[in-house]
Design a protein around this ligand. Sequence first.
Ligand code: PFF
Length: 452
Amino acid sequence: MSHHHNRATFGSKIGVILATVGCAVGLGNIWRFPYMVGSNGGAAFLLIYIICIILLGLPVMITEFFIGRHSRKNAAGAFKVMAPGTKWSLIGYNGVLAAFLILGFYSVVAGWTLEYIMQALDGSLTGKTAAEFKLDFEQFSSGIVRPIGWTIAFIALTHIIIISGVKEGIERASKIMMPMLFLILIALCIRSVTLPNAEKGLAFLFNPDFSKISSSVVLSAMGQAFFSLSIGMGCLITYSSYFKKDTKLQTTALQVTVLDTLVAILAGVMIFPAVFSFGIAPTAGPELVFITLPNVFEQLPFGWIWSTVFFVLLALAALTSTISLHEVATAYVHEEYHISRKKAAWFVSGGVLTLGILSSLSFSVLKEFTIGGLIFFDALDYLTAKIMLPLGGMLICIFVGTRVDRKILKAELTNEGTVPFHFFNTYAFFMKYIAPVAIGLIFLNELGLINR
Ligand code: PFF
């Protein structure tokens, strides 16, 4: 297959890991995870989240790596080469569409991080009370010009990296940003657990109250697992299409899963002690991170430096994820419509910009415009995390479980038998039966509740 020869690949092993971790680790871990934990009852949610990561996340991730490297195609193209002339490529379209929709609200939050970098630098975060932080956040996010301006700026940043290509853009950016993010998180956790009343926050995060578990908590935990690992929508298919033949797929999947989960838990350790220490409600929702963390930094000497560093890193974590989302759509448009990568990127950025502006406005003038009771921003989040990604993951497993010869699957996952896969049968069983059935049951259960 000659078209494989000039396709880009990541340059080094560490580049593969960091780019893929960069894709997985993002606002989902540091912004979305804590407020999901907060509004779904704390530790019980964390427990179900971890179960979802192990039972569903890991098998789906390995399966996506298989599809990507085996086909060496974009998310939709992969299904076209593996099952030509069938409807399976709908999985890919679902993914490309999900990437668009996620970017449509994700880039708004990413824009907020830029605003907070500015506020930290110009001293406007200094000397405020917890209530003032909350009020100021609400005022800012329900504004028009500033939040939209930052959203546009963030999409522009993403665009620039995307058009610089796979190796020079994505890989190089991730190699620098991810290790920095890790270090600063650890430092902030240490600060947070030494605040007064920190133990209440840790208990909220780690002491499960099983009476809090409901079908909507389970659906939320599953959605968060898919969102955080970037699975179910072909992002990892796209990235693994740039892996080399000797990249170890199982090891990479395990490393990415462990690191992603670790970052989410560390983010919880950083935020909940502060939430309880400052008497903020853990159920605050999307603004949780933006009101709690500046509060923590205020307690420190040179607070503005801490704030700046933190929001810079949050912006960087967001950026390594927005480029991965953008790449899903750009690679698809570029390869399937045979237009240049640059033109494809412009097309994607334009679409995302439109969605981004609408989501940002849904906190102000479009507040009354709701879909199923949710503002546009929340509707995009709900539709992607809770429906499109789990559905995509389920179909990916059914596709590989029923359409792919076990020998081919095993050969790809073991690099033609050169790396052992001790749990191959267990993996195959989970992928083929457990994951699709579990996802299906969670959907049915939630639907049942809606009808009651
Ligand atoms: N996993 C990213 C995060 O946790 O922030 C978000 C994301 C990136 C979701 C890429 C899906 C995706 F394809």
